[in-house]
Design a protein around this ligand. Structure first.
Ligand SMILES: [Zn+2]
Length: 298
């Protein structure tokens, strides 16, 4: 899958690598769905490849085949799915000090580093402070302000971003050509989220959240919404994004500022609560939200 807006960043890092100046710790920052993880994985593929061209993997050597099969011994991945707690982070320290089994380099990817706990971040700091030759650490994060400065200041920061136009073109060529839904275009600035959801088969959930946010149903099925919003953080964010677009459209259509300010207020309260609550409290918050949102656009 070609992701054109990553190319300039990849080229810059590739040049640094060819000149022997690639930093041992690279922090890729940007919104969800802009391709941070793709770039991190491509870089690691090249670092472990036996015959890379700059920082581009050959895709044919034994190391590349092992990586594509997901079992290269000199590669380690920590993600919020398989855990980024203090125990996992301590394993990085052990991993980097031991000799590489293949070509000599070892690389670790830590996805969603903003979710590191304080003790996990402290454990990571030790690895960052004492760089070892041929050991590389690739971190991704959605918001650098959520990372301790002790971590971010020791990394080479790369901002990963996509313009609306690039995102729309990419969605058109990679998603909308095959299936198109009313909500897809709202993710032009996070286009990879759409393809991920399609792959994971949760796009019908997203579509339902869209319909509910836009008042396309007579009553909100609160229990089902609660179940869906508890399933995945991405879905919470998507729902809030839909509510925001709903408010925007309300204003554009009817200049109904009193409804929209009421909705904005309830939406911000809801978004704030979503960060901390779960279970039954979520149902209560949803029913409050329903009072102001569950009506068709005027
Ligand atoms: Zn290779």
């Amino acid at each position: 899958m070609s992701i054109p807006w990553l190319n300039p960043l990849h080229n810059t890092l590739s040049q640094a690598f060819s000149q022997g100046k690639l930093h041992h710790a690279i922090l890729l920052c940007g919104k969800r769905g802009v391709g941070k993880a793709v770039l991190a994985h491509n870089i690691v593929n090249a670092l472990l490849c036996e015959a890379p061209n700059g920082l581009y993997a050959c895709q044919r050597c034994k190391a590349c085949l092992l990586q594509n099969a997901g079992n290269h011994p000199d590669r380690m991945l920590l993600s919020s799915e398989n855990g980024i707690g203090v125990d996992e982070v301590r394993e990085i320290g052990d991993f980097v000090v031991h000799s590489a089994q293949q070509g000599g380099r070892k690389a670790v990817i830590v996805e969603d580093a903003q979710q590191l706990t304080v003790s996990a971040a402290n454990a990571l700091l030790k690895t960052l402070e004492e760089p070892t030759k041929n050991r590389y650490l690739l971190l991704t994060c959605t918001d650098v302000s959520l990372l301790p400065a002790t971590i971010s200041s020791r990394c080479f920061k790369v901002n990963v971003d996509v313009t609306r136009e690039q995102g729309e073109t990419w969605l058109q060529e990679n998603v909308r050509k095959y299936c198109s839904d009313s909500w897809h275009h709202l993710f032009a600035s996070q286009p990879l989220l759409v393809s991920t959801w399609l792959e994971e088969g949760i796009d019908p959930d997203v579509k339902s959240l869209y319909d509910w946010a836009f008042g396309n149903v007579s009553t909100w099925p609160l229990a089902e919404m609660q179940r869906m919003l508890s399933k995945k953080a991405d879905l919470k964010d998507a729902f809030c994004l839909f509510l925001l677009h709903r408010i925007k459209r309300q204003v554009e259509k009817s200049f109904d500022f009193s409804t929209s300010s009421e909705q904005t207020y309830e939406m911000s309260r809801f978004a704030e609560k979503l960060k901390t609550i779960s279970g039954t409290n979520l149902a209560l918050s949803l029913s409050l939200l329903q009072n102001v949102f569950n009506k068709p656009l005027n």
